[in-house]
Write a protein that binds this ligand. Sequence first.
Ligand SMILES: [Zn+2]
Length: 796
Amino acid sequence: MKMKLTILAACVATASVLASNDYPFQPVPINGVALLDGFWLPRFETNRLVTVWTDFHKCEETGRIANFARAGKLEPGKFEGIPFNDSDVYKIVEGAAYTLATHPDPKLDAYLDALIAKIAAAQEPDGYLYTARTLGFTNGMTGKERWSSMGGSHELYNVGHLYEAAAAHYAVTGKRTLLGIACKNADYLCKTFGPGENQLKRTSGHEEVEIGLCKLYRATGEKRYLDLAKFFIDMRGRKDLRPLYGEYNQDHIPVLEQTEAVGHAVRAGYLYCGMADVAALTGDPAYIAAIDRLWENVVSKKLHLNGGIGARHKGEAFGENYELPNESAYLETCAAIANALWNQRMFLLHGDAKYIDVLERIAYNGFLSGISISGDEFFYPNPLASRGGYARSKWFDCSCCPVNIVRFMPQLAQFAYAQRDADIYVNLFIASRASLKTPVGGVTLTQTTDYPWSGDVRIAVTPDADGAAFALKIRIPGWAVGRPVPSDLYTQTAPGSLKDVLIALNGQPVPLALDKGYVTVKHAWRKGDTVTLAFAMPVRRIQAHPAVKDDVGRLAVERGPLVYCAEGIDNGGHALNLVVPDNTPFKQGSVTILGHAFVALTASAFSATADLRGKRATHAATVTMIPYFAWCHRGAGEMQTWFPTSAEHADAICNVKITASHCHGGDTATAVNDGILPKNSGDHAVKRMTWWPDKGSAEWLQYDFVQPETLKGCAVYWFDDTGKGACRIPASWKAQVLDSNGHWTDVPAAAYPVAKDTLCTATFAKPVTSRTLRLAVQLQPNASGGVLEWQAIPAP
Ligand SMILES: [Zn+2]
């Protein structure tokens, strides 16, 4: 084992020497870090033993692997699925290869060999590899001929992931099988695309090939791969050379002119990673200036609290600056991963801890929520609030996220450390042992910690030769010193400072001076030297920049690097109705979820209710919070992250059951009883229910009371979005109750008025006593409709 590791380390070292320019800060090789018992070890083991195989089996079940065998004529059959499914298989291979670096596994190794033989068979003689086309599959994405529909085909996206997988497989196993396939494909691309007269001047609709080409360049030293990566990036936005795809694909203006992160968030993240790689490998300062600007934009205006990016479901895209919704936030797991990979690269370029602050926020929150504790269920979007009903899935038709998790998880260990010359950087606090080669000799760092539950970290420094002098640069997390994110987007109400940090070398306190977020411990190191870190971990309240309108009047809760949330299951079935005052003290406890014990927090809070008149009230309650990443393991209930500090922003609990003939998926029936009256019938700022897209139909909305209620009337505020949509006030309506035979009977009233921009009140001819009340509605012809508020008016 030890000997094998040495050989592997040599392979990796050779590979990186081939690139003469590269990142000034270098990560440790993937096989240079072994995890020890702590927070991440069970997750890495679950990834290695469960997620890798779950993903491979799903790819077998869904034809993703058969597509290669079929394209290679190893078995009969047609193409199955979506043309970018090839990439799913490559991503799992990449992840599997990383796990082999620290855990040799003959079964997995043999599985990869057999799979790679199928991939080899699927490759066409000239190097082209895209199973959909080889199998004659066409749809709107693929285009008639090779490269004829590059905006949607994912032909280059797929092979970008092939290259990443090949570089990983080669670095870890030393086998050239997959690398050979990748290089044959890349050589073909180098002939096909480029500045030459007979070469295509095009680029991919989905970035990724740029990252892959840079990795192939590092693995082989073939500079044409780097040149092609730069060519594809420089083709973006060049309307003088080619028709553009537009903002969705970051192809609206040349990359060097881009200042705002726009479009599909995963595409953007991969583009920025590719730009960072090319900048490092070529030393191009214009690229660096461009990604620095884009990074400033994202961390100041487009980063969610869980580290996620891509606010909008529509287009899986970035929103406007400060458009950071909670319940409707998209925040694809892949986008979190792309953002993390980009921030790791930004660190490698600049050596500043602020990038690792973002990476850490993603790792512990918006990335980790994407995978269940059991390792076999996945979130695609990672919202910051839920009305209930949203849960992880076993797989998706478009399954980019499960296979991205499997390759990202093992890389985290590598991100924990870095080097520049003799300086050693400790970036993440992960129980682990790292073996580093430095100009002053080999060094082993052994990190023991219970982080993120505790802020205590112990690092044993063991140089091969006593007296080796070098600097240990220890990242002081931004959350510990009053800067939870490196911008003014999120701030602590009671900011931490260096007073909350203690660092000691062999028990002697080290003076704390921050340089780019690091404390430097210079020393002539001897076996037995130990650095201890202590970061105070009080519960801290987080406020968003006032321009984030979804967080106005709300504060979030964090402890260390973890964002906390409340789930219905710990809070009497509801979470959205909770009000947590800004000064409430928290108590630390624990919660066990699927056998894992996590730090839970409790505090005095309020719950908000609305009575039959819609009158709101608050009641003393105790709120229990758990780490955000762990939510949704005990049923798909309500969840909330940004807590109102006063009742006016809370969703009051309905004390009636509300059902409807139909409610549009983007709306919610409970909105009609939240006690919030709109400004007018077109008010989009308040929640609503609609029967959309039903039009012209008879519909109903129903209250079931806890006990019979005597009512003298009811009042409805109708939704009408004339000028924007196709919802109108209804043609007519009436109230109904269930009679003793179980039939709905009309409740007589002098009038059931229909009007816009006002509460339409019907007074019953005489009070009725009933456990149910129904609103029977006839929609206007060709129009849908909806309700903003519906009040049942009790008789005195
Ligand atoms: Zn995804």
